[in-house]
Design a protein around this ligand. Structure first.
Ligand code: NAD
Length: 257
């Protein structure tokens, strides 16, 4: 229960990697704030489930991270957090010239600007408590590019730059700021891309996974949400006190290629 007494906010945590991170931190004793923009009874039920399963406080806060004021107010509403995991993300697969302007704006807002907003509000809370962890879920696409993913790749590269600046601004304080860069992980975000990619490559789902996705990932295996949350948990531990400003790959060798 190494996180007993700590409070964590995980953005975009009603699904996939975010919910797995919330569950892992709750299992280690952290109180949890879940977030998404959907605000359904199911979202609130996820918080109740976490609270009952791990005997921690778990609350859901709705905030649409496309909107700067909502990203800032999300953190303000918590009153205090020790751990901020910027995880919310979306994807849209298209060439640069076909990418709708509003998709570009939404993706940059959710995966880059919102990270700036939540960090700006959370840092004074962490300084006051004299401890803090900020973990930004970037991607292998924060380190290398793929075609058809302009906004995603730009936002994920950008968030690594922001991570480094925040790490330098807090380097002498007991606060660390790191980015985690996963490879392909089976979640709704990836599932939604499959039909477009199947059409683009004229392949079945299995052919697409074997020949295109796993072509990028030398281990030939998906990363699991559980493995990513294990890395996040490690970054919250005392052993990780001197890890700051890093972009840590968890991608089956993708970025070693
Ligand atoms: P997911 O679709 O399962 O979850 C995304 C979460 O973000 C959901 O809770 C959703 O409600 C939330 N969200 C979306 N738009 C939002 C908005 N406007 N405001 C607030 N919340 C919003 O996706 P996932 O695969 O678990 O992705 C989580 C993170 O991991 C993302 O940043 C993604 O880019 C990153 N990532 C995923 C993969 C992968 O292969 N799945 C690989 C590398 C990085």
């Amino acid at each position: 229960m190494e996180l007993l007494g700590k409070t964590a906010l995980i953005t975009g945590s009603t699904s996939g990697i975010g919910y797995s991170i919330a569950s892992k931190l709750a299992a280690k004793g952290a109180d949890i704030f879940l977030n998404s923009f959907t605000d359904t009874p199911g979202d609130r039920r996820l918080a109740t489930d976490l609270s009952q399963k791990h005997s921690v406080s778990a609350k859901y806060i709705s905030a649409d991270l496309r909107i700067a004021s909502q990203a800032r107010s999300l953190v303000t509403q918590t009153k205090h957090i020790d751990i901020l995991v910027n995880n919310a993300g979306i994807q849209h697969v298209s060439s640069i010239e076909a990418l709708p302007l509003e998709k570009w704006d939404d993706m940059i807002a959710i995966m880059l600007s919102a990270v700036f907003h939540t960090t700006a509000i959370a840092l004074p809370m962490m300084r006051k408590a004299k401890w803090g962890r900020i973990i930004n879920i970037s991607s292998a696409h924060g380190l290398v590019a793929s075609p058809q993913k302009a906004a995603y790749v730009a936002a994920k590269h950008g968030v690594i730059g922001l991570t480094k600046v925040a790490a330098l601004e807090t380097a002498e304080e007991p606060i660390t700021v790191n980015a985690v860069c996963p490879g392909f992980t089976e979640t709704p975000l990836l599932e939604k891309q499959i039909p477009t990619l199947m059409k683009q490559y004229s392949m079945t789902k299995k052919e697409l996974i074997d020949n295109i996705l796993m072509e990028r990932q030398p281990s030939k295996k998906f990363v699991t949400s559980e493995q990513i949350s294990g890395l996040v948990q490690f970054l919250c531990s005392k052993d990780a006190d001197q890890i700051t400003g890093s972009a840590i790959s968890i991608d089956g060798g993708w970025t070693a290629l």
